[in-house]
Design a protein around this ligand. Structure first.
Ligand SMILES: *Cc1c(COP(=O)(O)O)cnc(C)c1O
Length: 229
């Protein structure tokens, strides 16, 4: 087995252990392999280990990979997790299944308008700036309800949940605190009648904390594909 296939198994075991520690069913947690900057051969190695969900940050890097695998592996599910510029929405709406980084209504409208009729609605998460740093992307907690309400009415999008990239820290208590904030926002939306099922949170360094706080989708790059150069 390649290292990548082995590492996927290790991460899956980590997910199972973290779910078990949190009294959760691991089936609720989807492993999203973040293949940004990786060659298509690495994605093939992951596919051979049964991996179907892949996340990409950079459109120009992602499109050739998606196109070269599409016919052979139609079941793959592609997630866009990078910053979105207006001139990129058409390609994103046509080539991806999910977008985790919706933070502006204008972009959401373009994605909805440009989603091809022959495809299922685009599955989206709103990105929340949970650590409150002005330099980080994502909307503030206070803006979540309004954007969720607006996005919910767009016909070709399906609002699935919330996503965050908290400030990096090795302090477990701080990791958990940030993820708990996102979970609370998610619960508030559902109490207001939204039917969200996705909390996209947790990366290679903090997936245990994220799962303890309710993550349903962990986004793992380094622990599967090695350090990015
Ligand atoms: C790169 C990236 C990841 C993966 O991070 P690792 O630390 O390599 O696991 C997850 N989410 C987003 C938004 C990323 O850009």
């Amino acid at each position: 087995m390649s290292n990548i296939a082995q590492d996927i198994e290790l991460v899956q075991q980590q997910i199972i252990a973290a779910a078990s520690a949190a009294n959760r069913d691991p089936i609720e947690i989807t492993l999203l392999a973040i293949s940004k900057t990786r060659p298509v051969e690495d994605i093939r190695a992951a596919i051979s280990a049964g991996q179907e969900h892949f996340g990409e940050n950079y459109l120009q890097d992602a499109l050739p990979k998606i196109h070269s695998l599409k016919d052979e592996f139609p079941a793959l599910c592609w997630h866009f997790i990078g910053a979105i510029q207006s001139n990129k929405t058409k390609d994103i709406a046509e080539c991806f299944d999910w977008v985790h980084t919706v933070e502006r209504l204008k972009i959401a409208k373009r994605l909805s308008d440009q989603r091809p009729q022959g495809l299922d609605p685009l599955q989206v998460c709103l990105q929340v700036n949970i650590s409150g740093e002005t330099s980080k992307s994502g909307i503030m907690a206070s803006e979540v309800m309004q954007l969720a309400t607006d996005v919910r009415s767009l016909p070709r999008l399906r609002l699935r949940g919330l996503m965050a990239i908290p400030a990096a820290t090795d302090d477990i208590a701080q990791q958990r605190q940030a993820f708990a904030k996102l979970r609370q926002l998610f619960e508030q939306l559902n109490q207001q009648g939204f039917q969200l099922d996705t909390l996209s949170m947790g990366m290679s360094n903090d997936l245990e904390s994220a799962i303890a706080e309710g993550s349903t989708m962990v986004r793992i790059g380094t622990a599967i594909f090695g350090a990015r150069t």
